[in-house]
Ligand binder design. Structure first.
Ligand SMILES: NC(=O)c1ccc[n+]([C@@H]2O[C@H](COP(=O)([O-])OP(=O)(O)OC[C@H]3O[C@@H](n4cnc5c(N)ncnc54)[C@H](O)[C@@H]3O)[C@@H](O)[C@H]2O)c1
Ligand SMILES: CC(C)[C@H](C(=O)O)[C@@H](O)C(=O)O
Ligand SMILES: [Mg+2]
Length: 364
């Protein structure tokens, strides 16, 4: 199969992790007889510097013309004082809306090899953690009316959801639960927000079509607490754009590091957008310290969801497991000071971690 992938290296650690992702895809291509071609395009701070726009039309056009899009991360202190419409992060919203990828699947999976990197007690996480957060991605407060009053003494951002917007993402939540442990939790703030009450009404109207799924509702403040107290009670969480953003960063830390969490953003048709859930990590950019595994696992999601390449996707995941089994770690998953000091030359950087996954893949 020939697959055309638009790549958006972006800013900070973005170029380094996307490079490792593409190297792993190339190794999969060699092993299984596929060819992946890459069209690098500009978005975020890199695009601002080159063109004055965070998301040039040519970038969106190239993404829509591709079979899938791989994005590193955008943003950084250099562009933090720009007005909202010119910030690098605006590119993300433009891409997500322009590609109509309304469902963001964010698996929070704890690799058993990383139990030491989890900050929770072992009796809380047991033999692992496997939660799927389905985050609504093209609506809610990220896209609602916003502004300031004339004398700049007040500002507003509006949360708005329509029934079709809720239905399509809740449907993904139910369907995802049916492929997993048949549990779906709608996380909201229905004790206060009208949008959340509409989410509940829509979900109630849909639930009869999914009789095998055990459905529950939870307020987001409680969910944030329960994720730390008893994360294994969750299977699939479906939630709004902003709640999903926040809860997925929280869940990532339980699995060991945000440097491990992949994501797939999907719509009804057209290319999917694939990005690790973390950002451009300006504090470690350019130092070969970033963990590329979130991006590499994001590539595995791309193979599974956009190209139906299940065995190829599983091969990437198996290669990552082999590397972790052999004890290799980047700094973010090295554990505490004592564990880190025991690692010796198994404490590696971005590029070496990519090399190790490629080697493990070849050897499978
Ligand atoms: N999808 C995206 O492009 C995206 C996502 C989140 C944040 N951002 C942007 O990134 C910039 C930095 O944001 P932030 O600091 O809040 O979040 P961040 O995710 O970039 O970093 C948070 C912390 O996690 C660490 N970290 C993140 N990814 C890592 C990796 N792969 N390996 C090791 N450590 C990693 C960082 O070093 C930092 O200490 C901001 O401009 C923000 O808007 C972009
Ligand atoms: C950078 C920001 C706009 C983005 C979001 O909030 O969606 C990020 O935090 C993410 O999780 O992809
Ligand atoms: Mg986020």
């Amino acid at each position: 199969m020939n697959c055309k992938i638009a790549t958006i290296p972006g800013d900070g650690i973005g170029p380094d992790i996307v490079r490792e992702g593409c190297r792993v895809l190339d190794a999969v291509g060699l092993k299984f007889g596929h060819s992946f071609s890459y069209t690098p395009v500009l978005a975020g701070g890199a695009a601002l510097d080159a063109t004055g726009e965070p998301l040039p039309q040519a970038t969106l056009d190239a993404c829509l013309a591709s079979d899938a899009v791989l994005l590193g991360a955008v943003g950084g202190p250099k562009w933090d004082t720009l007005p909202g419409s010119k910030r690098p992060e605006k590119a993300l919203l433009g891409l997500r809306a322009g590609m109509k990828v309304y469902a963001n699947l964010r698996p929070a999976l704890m690799f058993r090899q990383l139990a030491d990197a989890c900050p929770l007690k072992s009796e809380v996480v047991g033999d692992g953690l496997d939660i799927l957060i389905v985050r609504e991605l093209t609506g809610g407060i990220y896209f609602g009316d916003r502004g300031r009053n004339a004398d700049n003494t007040a500002a507003w951002d509006t949360e708005a959801y329509s029934i079709p917007e809720i239905e399509r993402v809740v449907k993904i939540g139910f369907e995802s639960a049916m492929k997993r442990k048949n549990k779906l939790c709608v996380v909201d703030k229905a004790n206060i927000l009208e949008t959340s009450r509409l989410w509940r009404e829509v979900t109630e109207a849909m639930k009869a079509s999914y009789p095998t799924v055990e459905l529950s509702y939870m307020y987001v403040d409680n969910a944030a607490m329960q994720l730390v107290r008893n994360p294994r009670q969750f299977d699939v969480i479906v939630t709004s754009n902003m709640f999903g953003d926040i809860l997925s960063d929280e869940a990532s830390q339980i699995t060991g590091s945000i440097g491990m969490l992949a994501s797939a953003s999907l719509g009804d048709s057209g290319p999917g957008l694939y990005e690790p859930i973390h950002g451009s990590a300006p504090d470690i950019a350019g130092k070969d310290l970033a963990n590329p595994l979130a991006t590499i696992l994001t590539c595995a999601m791309m193979l599974r969801y956009s190209f139906s390449m299940e065995k190829e996707s599983a091969a990437i995941e198996a290669a990552v497991e082999k590397v972790l089994d052999a004890g290799w770690r980047t700094g973010d998953i090295a554990g505490g000071a004592e564990a880190r000091s025991r690692l010796g030359d198994k404490l590696v950087g971005t590029k070496k971690m990519g090399d190790l996954v490629v080697e493990a893949l070849k050897a499978l």
